[in-house]
Design a protein around this ligand. Structure first.
Ligand SMILES: Cc1cc2nc3c(=O)[nH]c(=O)nc-3n(C[C@H](O)[C@H](O)[C@H](O)COP(=O)(O)OP(=O)(O)OC[C@H]3O[C@@H](n4cnc5c(N)ncnc54)[C@H](O)[C@@H]3O)c2cc1C
Ligand code: SF4
Length: 571
């Protein structure tokens, strides 16, 4: 039985995570009556951060990873890497009810609740540059982005001003500066690393992480007090999430209707007008199918969630899904490859300490393949940045060790030596051999499961040879001792497999040519002008920067365009 939700809206937004929250805010503030459909349950800011202030002794497993059997049953994918923890498991989707098929290992980390993964993200926020927007055109991998940095720069500023990004201006063209709140401070060992590394490599730059965490009160939200467990939720609103930031702004307009427990099934197409008129969704509590209608639809269900909706919108007119006349839908899946780098001990700072849990690290700005001969790498194209930080282990390092008695106590009175690590966050190429399709098997709601086929290829492996060596070189140049390199990649196994970085991108890429891309320069489907996809699915290349700030800017820009087209009567 299909229930027709007779209310017709101006706009429907699918998903309420980072991009859905932005779409809701922008469309509502521009006067559109907007329905947000979210597959997960509601999460109220503050009230539903159920472990936020819990101490370890208040939790059955002391806040550690949930027991293996439970994890394997309910979070089969996360359990492969030891998670989830008791403190955050309620923010991760139950994998038993929502399985997918991995033709090769692909760790798909999903958060299905109002707010999506905006509640658990790491908040690192960097702009892309023209080095990134021109990359595909320059080296021939993938299609050309239909936009350049100048098209997105004002929208980066727009979203940064609202979200609140703290950081340090550096004047490096490959990582454009933003509208920053005051930067967080590096600790003593990070400062020493910066000084030593930059004197050995004058063209390289270490900066404090640019992060969507407030260093001063901003837009009615409180400043961060460095307590640390951000992924449990932050009732201060010190980090950007849909709950702390965009959804309250959307609600304030009175134009927002938010419907949790509403799993979007497919788009509705009217053959008479040749237009998409709305969406079908399943009420996950009653399992009933509903239909709801609107003039414009924004798919913000996360990269693979949005592509799944389009692939599932099949009919005799669209046997391969909607927005797929190019055949590119589902293809060119990317993620950043990571979990490799180096670490070492920073000596000579034994009398220097730090307090609190700064929710941020340091960032080494990309220095490979910048377009000049000096930085060109013969073995691979594109590049990587490093994230990392320095800390001193506390007395707990003595637990389980082979010592006891007074000597052990004395040895643990002081923190351990400074340990510094840096790990590469590396660009992956858009490759037709990395793709998703729908399988014949269905999930608990009768939706075809996604079948994912994604592996790293020659360019990624060539880059991986360089990253740990470069990391070790920089640490040693800065005076680190006992430097060791690491690379967690395991052939056909779990360690540094695609998906693991949780920056899945592509599968409905933007492009200039409708024959080779799904979306145009405004994230609008070439085939269906009133349907927009503004999450990571739209990415034409991956760059090496954490991508969510770019999704925010693309979303705000696409909303502005959609509303101006509606006002002109074009949509
Ligand atoms: C631990 C962790 C650390 C991260 N760190 C960073 C970082 O430092 N920097 C960075 O840039 N990114 C980071 N990310 C990635 C970041 O969270 C995502 O890029 C971002 O959340 C994507 O936004 P989105 O709106 O596309 O998807 P999400 O935030 O995942 O939201 C999608 C929403 O859509 C809903 N949905 C899905 N399908 C449907 C459907 N069919 N119908 C209705 N609703 C649906 C989901 O339930 C979800 O609520 C991190 C992620 C995690 C988990
Ligand atoms: S460290 Fe800062 S952002 Fe994180 S939970 Fe604490 S106050 Fe919030």
């Amino acid at each position: 039985m299909i229930y027709h939700t007779r209310n017709t809206y101006d706009a429907i937004v699918v998903g309420s995570g980072i991009t859905g929250g932005w779409a809701a805010k922008e469309l509502c503030e521009k006067g559109l009556k907007t329905m947000v459909l979210e597959r997960g349950r509601n999460v109220e800011h503050g009230k539903d951060y159920i472990t936020e202030h819990k101490q370890s002794w208040e939790m059955p497993y002391r806040g550690r990873a949930v027991p293996r059997e439970e994890a394997k049953r309910d979070w089969p994918v996360l359990s492969r890497s030891g998670g989830p923890s008791e403190t955050t498991k309620h923010f991760y989707l139950n994998g038993r009810e929502n399985p997918y098929i991995e033709e090769k290992p692909f760790t798909w980390v999903r958060g299905d609740q109002v707010g999506g993964r905006s509640l658990t993200w790491g908040r690192q926020s960097y702009r892309l540059s023209d080095l990134d927007f021109e990359a595909n055109a320059r080296d021939g991998h993938g299609v050309d982005w239909p936009i350049r940095y100048k098209d997105l720069a004002p929208w980066y500023s727009y979203v940064e001003r609202f979200a609140g990004i703290s950081g340090q201006k550096e004047g490096m063209p490959q990582l454009p500066d933003g509208e920053f709140l005051p930067p967080m401070e590096m600790n003593a060992a990070e400062k020493a690393f910066k000084q030593g590394m930059e004197s050995a490599f004058p063209d390289r730059r270490v900066t404090i992480g640019r992060t969507a965490v407030l260093t001063q009160a901003h837009n009615g939200r409180g400043a961060c007090h460095y307590c640390g467990p951000c992924s449990r939720g932050c009732s201060v609103g010190a980090y950007f999430s849909s709950q702390s930031s965009t959804l309250p702004a959307a609600f304030a307009t009175d134009n927002l209707t938010l419907r949790p427990h509403s799993l979007t099934h497919s788009l509705i197409y009217d053959p008479e007008t040749s237009k998409v008129t709305g969406v079908r969704f399943i009420d996950t509590q009653t399992k009933e199918m509903h239909e709801v209608y609107a003039r414009v639809i924004f798919l913000c269900a996360s990269t693979l969630g949005s592509t799944q909706v389009l692939l599932n919108s099949t009919s005799t007119r669209f046997p391969n899904g909607m927005a797929n006349s190019s055949g590119a839908l589902g293809k060119y899946l990317m993620d950043h490859h990571f979990r490799l780098g180096a670490s070492g001990e920073m000596p000579g700072l034994e009398d220097r300490y730090y307090t609190g849990n700064r929710p941020n690290g340091i960032y080494v700005i990309r220095f490979r393949n910048l377009g000049d001969a000096a930085t060109r790498q013969p073995d691979y194209v594109r590049g990587y940045g490093f994230q990392g930080g320095a800390s001193r282990a506390s007395w707990s390092r003595g637990i389980g060790g082979p010592a006891f008695g007074a000597d052990l106590k004395n040895a643990l009175r002081d923190p351990a030596p400074w340990q510094m690590w840096i790990g590469g966050w590396c660009e992956a190429l858009p490759n037709e051999k990395n793709y998703v399709t729908l399988s014949d098997q269905t999930d608990a709601y009768g939706l075809p499961q996604l079948k994912i086929h994604c592996t790293w290829h020659e360019n990624e492996f060539a880059m991986r040879k360089d990253v740990p060596v470069a990391a070790a070189e920089m640490l040693e140049a800065a005076g680190a001792r006992n430097v060791s390199m690491f690379d967690d990649f395991v052939e056909d196994g779990i360690g540094a497999e695609p998906g693991r970085c949780i920056h899945e991108m592509g599968t409905a890429r933007m492009g200039r040519d409708p024959k080779t891309s799904v979306l145009n320069a405004h994230n609008q489907c070439h085939d269906h002008p009133n349907v927009f996809v503004t999450d990571g699915a739209s990415m034409t290349s991956s760059a090496c920067q954490n991508p969510s700030l770019t999704y925010m800017a693309l979303t705000a820009r696409a909303c502005d365009y959609a509303v101006s087209e509606m006002n002109k009567g074009q949509l």
